[in-house]
Design a binder for this molecule. Structure first.
Ligand code: FES
Ligand code: FES
Length: 865
């Protein structure tokens, strides 16, 4: 249980002991965490949700007990002894860091310092008696969105036993080497944007829209400007360059001007800049906005035909249409021995990365602007910021900073442009960090998609035809919504051979929260539906779910989905099925309720996109090796992959490899998305290493390597057999439920990753994805009302599974190499939760005989979907 103390207003100065030293707090702070971070220089305690006390990232010790510091008023802190990770004994710091690193218990690391503090309190109390189950219960005060908790509990085991394995960095391809900089991350020493401090820093806060669709009649900044400590208030009138940004379509205004119109509740009206964050946030609420409210369009199906445009100055509400067909679906369906027709509905989901969006912009003496961003595409950020400022892109340098989780949600800019504008115009450094509620409102979510399927098979269960119609609610702005629906269309038939297929997907603009990239990128939604179809057909045929999948699974040379002729790499799908079979049979024999899901997910952008990525390696005189790439490290381990490739190719010691995210030159990476970082990064780095080797690895010489995928086709090209994607990963997941408890007892996740660059990291990716997938299947949603207003405002309300609710996850890695791919790598960042919801649906059906078609699902048939 989290212990919280009652909040109260504080005034004047407050004295307490911090890490053994007396301190005095003079500033005005809403809670202890603010005083620690903003005045006392503490950065290990992170702010993931203040003041709601629901993520655990800010946990500190107060008189030896663990508390979330964002729930502690300064009055309550007065006279107490506060200990943060900075104040731990060095040997203890090392012990915790080694345990977390060696067990792979951290990814982005944002949650880790808070968890370490909690465990310290628990271990001090229980010592070697501390069990996984105890720890899981106490970790109910903490969220981790990356790991799925399994490896955190492994860390608990080794800490309790006192036998901490060596955190070894050794090894090239295939090594279980610890994550790059994992020791620093475990202790909170790798600075995220909000941890950065610069002299003369000002703080920005956004005033967001009050209506999802309303004309903005007047914006009065005077009340905010009158607040002591406020330095400036910026609106659309201050934008010297382009008002709109966007990764693909430039349709997203960075401010809504007077005379403009809001299109969702994350629209920005103004940015207030003040001496402190607290002042800026309070003053932002005083910006007086006069609106003329309009009818919001919040039903995607209705918006298709609605005569009004949902989004300001954009014609029509259909953002995109993706379609393809092969064969004669209607005739094949009519001739099928068995057929199903079902409408599936998936839900909107919030990423809930633990680090809220934060941007720091610092004017440089040479007239340039440096922007520290936690985004997923520094070059997109740079270009968009420059266009808003109306200056050449070369005058903006975007520096990649440690990223506290993203999962696709940080591809679009959030507050980068407004913060950059404020710093640019004031010639002062400005930092803006979103509150959790603002983060919920602003960034794109996972698409809710309505999927109507018709499918048939013959007497033996061989698929004859699939027809699918999908409508995705993309919210107001494009983001990458059209690509998500394109990907959903492409993956409509899952990893199966379907001789006749007819698919159409629409992305529709509404005034609901914007939807965009989120781990799985449309493949999850499509395959929840397709897996449901497979199980319904299997029942009609009278065969098991495993058998149904085995009969139809893709094989080399077969034509898949949009017409792609599958290569040898697709044998991984069958390999996953075969590998999971013993566990499947055993669970069935044990009388358990069992569900199986099989999925595939592309790696790389594909669809005709020219992908050329580069990396640079350079030896220094002392023999150290610098590896420069420009992928975002957001916990997935791209830096570790970079190091292992260098060790593999050049035989250097891992300690001598320094990985740098290079934003001084265009290495062409684009967004770190689509499971492409490891695959393409490894390709470019290995090429650079081989060039270095061929040239004798001369010190000071920069060797540039390249990896290119220039052989894919768009599904719109009209090619009979398009190579839509250059690589796919595959996974079979078995969900086992107890019949009495209806709880998920066990998940066996078999993943074909082509080549496991680092099995420790691969397992972590799978466990985290399964955790996310179980939430997707059973508990998570981010609904909004008829006014486009999200109904969930706190992390706790999202339905994310806590540590004690996560079943045993057994990960099995399969390696069927991908042809034409470096080392055979397939990419695996997204596949992890693609088959999960389908497997859970099948297990629920096995439990109570009811088919479910709506996410999230409920465990008992009596509960409405
Ligand atoms: S920041 Fe305090 S619990 Fe999240
Ligand atoms: S490692 Fe826990 S939230 Fe990222």
């Amino acid at each position: 249980m989290t212990e919280t103390l009652v909040k109260s207003e504080e005034q004047g100065t407050t004295q307490f002991t911090l890490n053994g030293l007396p301190v005095e707090v003079k500033g005005r702070h809403p809670h202890l965490l603010s005083a620690l971070r903003e005045e006392l220089g503490v950065t290990s305690a992170k702010d993931g949700c203040s003041p709601s006390g629901q993520c655990g990232c800010c946990t500190v010790l107060i008189d030896g007990k663990a508390f979330v510091s964002c729930q502690i008023s300064l009055q309550k802190a007065a006279g107490r002894s506060i200990t943060t990770l900075e104040g731990f004994d060095p040997s203890e710091r090392e012990r915790f860091a080694s345990a977390f690193a060696a067990t792979g218990a951290l990814q982005c690391g944002f949650c880790t310092p808070g968890i370490v503090v909690r465990l310290k309190a628990l271990l001090d109390k229980k010592g070697s008696e501390l069990t996984r189950q105890d720890a899981a219960r106490h970790l109910g005060a903490h969220l981790c969105r990356c790991t799925g908790y399994t490896k955190i509990l492994d860390a608990v085991d080794v800490l309790a036993s006192g036998k901490i394995p060596e955190a070894s960095t050794a090894g090239g391809m295939g090594a279980r080497a610890v994550k790059y900089e994992s020791l620093e991350h475990a202790l909170g020493d790798c600075g995220y944007v909000d941890d950065l401090r610069v002299p003369g820093l000002l703080h920005g806060a956004l005033r967001l829209a009050d209506y999802a669709r309303a004309d903005v009649v007047r914006v009065d900044t005077a009340p905010a400007l009158a607040v002591p400590g406020v330095q400036a208030v910026f609106t659309a009138a201050d934008v010297p360059g382009e008002l709109r940004v966007g990764i693909i379509h430039t349709d997203w205004p960075v401010f809504i001007p007077e005379g403009g119109r809001t299109s969702y509740l994350g629209d920005v009206i103004a940015m207030v800049v003040a001496d402190s964050r607290q002042t800026a946030r309070e003053a932002a609420q005083l910006v007086d906005v006069e609106y003329r409210p309009l009818r919001p369009l919040t039903d995607a199906m209705a918006a298709i035909e609605d005569p009004e445009d949902a989004v300001w100055q954009l014609k029509g509400n259909v953002l995109s249409r993706s379609a393809y067909r092969r064969g004669d679906v209607d005739a094949a369906l009519a001739a099928s021995a068995h057929a199903v027709h079902e409408v599936f509905q998936t839900q909107r989901v919030e990423h809930a990365f633990l680090e809220p969006e934060s941007t720091l912009a610092v004017p440089q003496e040479d007239g340039a602007l440096k922007v520290f961003s936690g985004g997923q595409g520094v070059w997109d950020d740079r270009n968009q910021v420059a266009s808003v400022l109306g200056i050449p892109a070369e005058r903006v340098v975007v520096e990649q900073v440690s990223n506290g989780g993203a999962f696709g949600g940080k591809e679009d800019m959030s507050n980068q442009a407004q913060t950059a504008l404020a710093a640019w115009l004031l010639r002062r450094p400005v930092k803006c960090t979103l509150s959790r509620e603002e983060s919920f409102l602003m960034h794109p979510k996972r698409h809710p998609i309505r999927l109507e399927y018709w499918a048939g098979c013959d007497e033996q269960g061989m698929l004859t035809a699939v027809k699918a119609r999908m409508v995705g609610d993309s919210g107001a702005y494009a983001s990458v919504g059209m690509k998500v629906l394109e990907r959903a269309a492409g993956h409509a038939s899952g990893p199966y051979i379907v001789p006749n297929i007819d698919v159409e997907s629409l992305a529709v603009r509404t005034n609901n929260p914007v939807c965009g990239a989120f781990r799985g990128f449309g493949a999850n939604q499509a395959q929840f539906a397709m897996e449901g179809v497979m199980d319904r057909l299997a029942e009609k045929v009278g065969i098991s779910g495993w058998e149904m999948r085995a009969r139809n699974v893709v094989r080399p040379g077969a034509v898949w989905g949009p017409g792609q002729v599958m290569d040898e790499g697709c044998a991984g799908a069958r390999a996953c099925l075969d590998t999971v079979k013993p566990a499947y049979d055993e669970a069935v024999a044990a009388g358990k309720a069992v569900g199986l899901g099989l999925g595939l997910k592309n790696a790389g952008l594909g669809n005709g996109f020219l992908e050329i990525v580069r990396a640079v390696v350079r030896f220094s005189e002392d023999g150290d090796l610098e590896v420069r790439h420009c992928w975002t490290e957001m916990g997935q381990g791209i830096h570790t992959v970079a190091r292992q490739v260098a060790v593999e190719e050049l035989g250097v010691s891992p300690e001598r490899v320094h990985v740098v995210v290079d934003t001084t030159r265009d290495l062409g990476a684009g967004q770190t998305t689509g499971s492409r970082g490891t695959l393409m990064g490894a390709g470019a780095i290995s090429d650079a290493c081989r060039r270095a080797k061929a040239d004798g690895c001369r010190a000071g010489v920069e060797y540039t390597g390249e990896y290119r995928v220039d052989w894919t086709n768009s599904i719109e090209e009209g090619v009979e057999h398009p190579t839509v994607h250059s690589a796919f990963s595959y996974a079979a997941e078995l969900v086992v439920k107890g019949r009495e408890t209806a709880q998920v007892e066990r998940v066996v996740a078999v993943h074909d990753v082509g080549r496991a660059v680092n099995p420790l990291l691969c397992e972590g990716q799978v466990e985290g994805a399964v955790h996310m997938g179980l939430g997707y299947a059973l508990t998570e949603e981010f609904p909004s009302d008829q006014d486009g207003r999200p109904l969930k405002k706190t992390l706790r309300s999202l339905g994310i599974l806590r540590a004690k609710d996560v079943p045993t996850i057994e990960t099995v890695l399969v390696e069927v190499p991908q042809p034409r791919s470096p080392y055979g790598i397939k990419g695996m960042g997204e596949i992890g939760l693609v088959p999960t919801a389908g497997a859970v649906a099948a297990a629920l059906h096995d439990l109570d005989g009811n088919w479910r078609a709506t996410l999230p699902m409920r465990a008992s048939a009596g509960e409405a979907d």
